[in-house]
Design a protein around this ligand. Structure first.
Ligand code: PGA
Length: 222
């Protein structure tokens, strides 16, 4: 598996800024040996889709409804995301857990919706969530997850202290005891000067990037 590098733009960018980013990505792209995913705000998926696919970028979403398609005003169901070409869906991000009070039960429902629509759930967990989150899933569901180990203190907007690689690897071992032998990403203050250590580690299959994904040239320098 090529390393997976996911750009989580969070609630940033207009359609115009997104297109400027695409041009910047096309100009500065350095590596071919990675799978790049961009997760723009959901409202921008339509605007970026064609250009992203042209550039060989995969599409991601930052969240999904825990409900199926139907009469749930304002929700974005997995089916709609899949129809836009989305393949990866971030679920249970620490900002969702903190600001929107999402718990492991709700996040497990979202994971099910993503799997039903044949997309990859990218399940974000910090150490306290490893067990509770894994316990909400059956073995088949667990085996189909990509799990992002995201220590809350490392997220740039919460504390910005990235985990040293050795600590990350210890925790990733614990994570695999809970989830099984799934692909694991690291996220939290990944920057051009530390990204390579995570990307090249045999225990990790990639990185989830917030702040450093907003500028195309910074992102392609990872
Ligand atoms: P950061 O965010 O790279 O800005 O720390 C990572 C994340 O929130 O997924």
């Amino acid at each position: 598996m090529l390393p997976l590098i996911i750009a989580n733009w969070k609630a940033n960018k207009t359609a115009e800024e997104a297109m400027i980013w695409m041009d910047g990505f096309a100009r500065t792209r350095q590596r071919d040996n990675a799978t790049y995913v961009i997760a723009p705000p959901t409202a921008l998926l339509g605007a970026v889709r064609e250009r992203a696919l042209q550039l060989g970028l995969m599409l991601g979403a930052q969240d999904v409804s825990s409900y199926p398609a139907g009469a749930y005003t304002g929700e974005v169901p997995a089916r709609s995301l899949a129809s836009m070409g989305v393949q990866y869906v971030i679920v249970g991000h620490s900002e969702r857990r903190r600001y929107f009070h999402e718990d492991s039960v709700l996040v497990a429902e979202k994971i099910r919706r993503v799997l039903e629509a044949n997309m990859y759930p990218v399940v974000c967990v910090d150490v306290p969530e490893f067990r509770p989150q894994a316990d909400q899933l059956n073995p088949d569901e667990r085996a189909r997850c990509i799990v992002a180990y995201e220590p809350v203190h490392a997220i740039s907007t919460f504390g910005g202290q990235e985990d040293p690689l050795a600590v990350t690897l210890e925790n990733v071992q614990q994570l695999r005891e809970a989830f099984g032998n799934v692909p694991v990403l690291y996220g939290g203050s990944v920057k051009p000067d530390n990204a390579l250590a995570y990307i090249q580690s045999a225990e990790l299959q990639g990185v989830l990037v917030g702040g450093s994904s907003l500028d195309a040239a910074t992102f392609t320098a990872l």
